[in-house]
Ligand binder design. Structure first.
Ligand code: PMP
Length: 401
């Protein structure tokens, strides 16, 4: 039997990262490749108690089909928490999704046609590129610096023959670079987007994982009617819950809801109630400081190890939150080509090239991402030392030849 695939399937690619992770899962390899939050930080006991409470107090409601918008009390809780962070939203504008990844998929379906333009950061979150790709858009990369895209890159889009449908932005501790947009950059980007009449999609799974100070006000709070905001419970509770949300302007809500219904009717009501029971009495106030502290110590360990072990010519910024360091290797090195040697030496990272929407050039192929949250500080030191040896050798090789 020959199955004829839809044309859009050609744009569905295996996640390069998943393929790479297979390579790095060899025993004995210190992997800084995965983007997994530390399982030591999962509030297991609180979730156990919460699920027992749900099954005891409202088992039949929890196990029944539920509203596509999401569980009312959880939507109210999300709106209140965002409000406390400076983003005023009505719970009616909150759509609970099965991870924020589903929010990206729904937005791709709702806002993108084949051939339409979507503007993305360079580099951007690979999972978003994957989520948008089946809609067959044209990706335009927004040139940027250590604070994210430059406003001029948005302004330049205004002159394009066909307006971009939206720009996808990650202001807080971006995946993969760890970079943070300052308040002034956010305001300038919003002004540029308003002038260009370009809607913004703001993805913020890491905003609460700050180490020193909370990040500036969200982009969506600066332009509520022109922005969609995506949030997630994956990094503040646990990714296995598959719980996220989209906050959209009222004008988008009816169609977004229809897309959600078509996708999966609703996000697990059981899981939503468990999450709500867990967080409603201030679990995050008790739990998040410990997560931040653990991650900050790991960040410090990696910053010190990079300083100690990497050869001259490598460049990086120390992230102020989130989970990732982004490394630029000296000219002439290719992170993808180095990965097998690194794995051989017992350490793994994710090469940077797949995070760029277009064909990666020399500068992009020199980049790589390191996660600092999966290994304990002593292991981080060992892993970075091994990476340093691989890089020293790689730099020495061409000279020896
Ligand atoms: N956006 C970004 C930037 C991410 O890093 C991730 C998870 N790696 C997601 C969205 C998806 O998160 P989830 O579906 O678990 O909420």
């Amino acid at each position: 039997m020959t199955w004829t695939l839809a044309a859009r399937s050609a744009r569905m690619n295996p996640s390069v990262i998943r393929e790479i992770l297979k390579l790095t899962e060899r025993p004995g390899v210190l992997s800084m490749a995965g983007g997994l939050p530390s399982p030591d930080g999962f509030p297991v006991e609180a979730l156990r108690e919460a699920s027992e409470r749900v099954l005891r107090e409202a088992p039949r409601e929890a196990l029944q089909y539920a509203a596509s918008e999401g569980y009312g009390p959880l939507r109210e809780w999300i709106a209140a928490r965002l409000g406390a962070r400076g983003l005023q939203v009505d719970a009616a504008r909150v759509l609970v999704t099965s991870g924020s990844q589903q929010g990206l998929d729904l937005l791709g379906k709702l806002l993108l046609d084949a051939g339409s333009t979507v503007a993305v950061e360079a580099p951007s979150y690979l999972g978003a590129l994957q989520a948008f790709a089946p809609a067959e858009p044209r990706f335009v990369a927004l040139e940027g610096d250590d604070e994210g895209p430059r406003p001029e890159a948005i302004a330049a889009l205004a002159d394009a023959p066909e307006p971009a449908r939206f720009a996808y932005l990650l202001p807080n501790f971006q995946n993969p670079t760890g970079r943070l947009m300052g308040a002034e950059r956010r305001a300038a980007l919003v002004r540029a987007a308003q002038a260009a009449r370009l809607p913004l999609v703001e993805d913020d799974p890491y905003g609460e994982l700050w180490f020193d100070a909370a990040p500036p006000a969200s982009i969506s709070s600066l332009w509520p009617e022109g922005s969609v905001y995506l949030g997630s419970f994956s990094k503040i509770l646990a990714p296995g819950l598959r719980l996220g949300y989209v906050v959209a302007p009222s004008a988008l809500m009816p169609k977004l809801l229809q897309a959600k219904q078509a996708a999966d009717l609703h996000t697990s009501g059981f899981v939503q109630r468990i999450a709500f029971e867990a967080v409603k009495d201030g679990l995050l106030e008790r739990h998040l400081p410990a997560v931040r502290q653990r991650y900050a110590a790991q960040r410090d360990a990696m910053a010190a190890a990079l300083q100690r072990h990497l050869p001259p010519g490598c460049a990086w910024q120390t992230p102020r939150g989130g989970m990732f360091f982004w490394l630029r290797l000296p000219a002439g090195l290719d992170a993808m080509a180095l990965l097998p040697r690194a794995v051989e030496a017992g350490v793994a990272f994710v090469p940077g090239a797949p995070f760029f929407a277009g064909e990666p050039g020399e500068a992009e192929r020199r980049c790589l991402r390191l996660s600092f949250v999966t290994l304990a500080p002593a292991r981080i030191e060992e892993g970075v030392a091994a990476l340093g040896r691989v890089l020293h050798e790689a730099i020495a090789l061409p000279r020896a030849a």
